[in-house]
Write a protein that binds this ligand. Structure first.
Ligand code: ZN
Length: 181
């Protein structure tokens, strides 16, 4: 098993009117707080907002599962979904989204946490380690005599098995394994 670190999802929220006037007015905020950020919060460093300042937008994102601009409302939804998941599972949830092979809620990009929990098969050194553990758990070679089992073709069994899974690098080292259902 590998250890993982907590994602620090942040968004740079800027004023669209100022941005369109060629002025970068904004600040970094935690994604989960994004929908509570006000015009005043964003303009604090620039002497306050002016007439026309109205809409806020996440112009840059850091450590978010999707790397694109988004509304503060969407950023906060990402923050809440990730916070709803047990802390030790958060990096795995983000990796699942990053893989692109994940189940989204409705028509958006936000991941379905229940589908994540159903598919997540743990953090491992590599897929090989997972495959060996799985073989043991299901008793793959349990009824096979030792002298036959030793000729079992692990390489090709593991290769075929891998088609039913999504494997994504974990932060630091190791991989996360997800079932393709
Ligand atoms: Zn402004």
């Amino acid at each position: 098993m590998t250890t993982t670190t907590e994602p620090a999802m942040k968004v740079w929220i800027g004023c669209l009117a100022c941005y369109n006037n060629g002025q970068l007015v904004g600040e970094w905020f935690h994604a989960i707080d994004a929908d509570e950020v006000t015009l005043a919060d964003v303009h604090r460093g620039s002497g306050g907002s002016r007439a026309g300042c109205e809409e806020l937008w996440c112009l840059d994102v850091d450590d978010m599962p999707v790397h694109r601009e988004m509304s503060p409302t969407e950023a906060a939804e990402w923050g809440r979904i990730v916070e709803d998941v047990d802390e030790h599972l958060r990096p795995a949830l983000l990796a699942w989204v990053r893989s692109g092979n994940y189940v989204a809620v409705g028509t958006g990009d936000l991941p379905s946490v229940s589908d994540f929990e159903e598919r997540y098969a743990g953090a491992w050194d590599d897929f090989n380690e997972y495959a060996h553990q799985l073989a043991e758990d299901i008793g793959l070679l349990a009824d096979v005599p030792e002298e036959v089992a030793r000729y079992f073709d692990w390489k090709s069994w593991t290769r075929d098995l891998a088609f039913d899974f999504t494997v994504e690098d974990a932060p630091g080292s190791g991989v996360f394994v997800f079932r393709n259902l």
